[in-house]
Design a protein around this ligand. Structure first.
Ligand code: ZN
Length: 289
């Protein structure tokens, strides 16, 4: 557990995202949930021993941020309106119950009995929604919840001025491989400028250690590198299959290794990035032409 502000904490070493919380004078506000069921129930017990959890805010619909929601059945979940719409579809992308069980048997046997457990059958998507943003006042803390589309369409940042902290989900990958598998890269660059404009000293990324605003330039550079790299293929009329037949220059665009137990997805991720950016860049050029 890493302290990232006077009352703000994040866990950067779990398999999954960086689940985080802020301790207010009236209980906790959580940002995303531990991915592994056993981590989620331990986390809940640790918090509730001290104070109630008032809200859970999801920053994005990827399974590593939302699949732990099921283990917080009594906590109201806050999410962007598009996240509410796609919640179940993204959970399904994380695999069927049977696939998840087989995966857990290999990777995390302690979690197996909690998967589909009768106490946790509701996946527990957002019930409190917003379009552009909303503010929650809990105890003496203010939570500015802001729609910052980029890494995903419903992408959300949680800015807590009293802490000088902003939780960005995967609009920031700090020194681990950036996942651009479904992003709108131009919206992402715009989101990074909006995060930069917040009065926050500490950025808590979706993956990797907390960082400062200086890293936002590096994150933008990685997105720009990928766009430039794929654009040169688009301009020469080279399609994604052809790009992927040759060796893709991944580390020239993004020097960082894939984080948190996800190394097995390395090649698949590169394929998804190439396909996503290729069709977005081509569509944009065709729309402009
Ligand atoms: Zn993500």
């Amino acid at each position: 557990m890493r302290r990232v502000g006077p009352h703000s904490f994040t866990e950067i070493y779990y398999a999954g995202c960086n689940p985080s919380f802020v301790e207010t004078s009236d209980g906790y506000v959580m940002i995303d949930t531990p991915q592994q069921p056993i981590d989620a129930v331990r986390w809940r017990e640790m918090l509730e021993e001290k104070a109630p959890i008032r809200y859970l805010v999801n920053t994005e619909p990827h399974g590593d941020h939302i699949s732990g929601n099921a283990y917080f059945p009594n906590v109201p979940v806050v999410g962007q309106v598009k996240l509410q719409e796609c919640f179940e579809r993204y959970l399904a992308q994380f695999g069927t119950m049977e696939e998840k069980r087989e995966r857990l048997k290999q990777l995390d046997p302690d979690s197996v009995f909690l998967l589909g457990h009768p106490d946790y059958t509701d996946p527990h998507g957002p019930t409190v929604t917003f379009t552009d943003g909303m503010t929650l006042n809990v105890g003496n803390h203010t939570f500015q919840i802001i729609h910052h589309p980029g890494h995903t369409a419903p992408q959300t940042s949680v800015y807590v001025p009293e802490e000088g902290v902003v939780f960005t989900g995967d609009n920031v990958f700090h020194k681990c491989r950036s996942w651009l598998q479904e992003c709108d890269p131009w919206e992402w660059l715009d989101a990074l400028k909006k995060i930069e404009a917040l009065d926050a000293e500490v950025i808590v990324p979706g993956h990797g250690e907390q960082c400062g605003k200086a890293y936002l330039k590096d994150q933008a550079q990685i997105v720009e590198n990928w766009v430039g790299y794929i654009e040169r293929f688009v301009d020469r009329g080279v399609g994604p299959e052809e790009i992927l037949r040759e060796k893709v220059a991944v580390t020239a665009q993004d020097p960082y290794p894939i984080g948190q137990r996800l190394f097995m997805h390395d090649e698949r991720l590169t394929g998804m990035i190439v396909n996503n950016l290729h069709h977005r860049i081509r569509d944009k050029k065709e729309a402009g032409a």
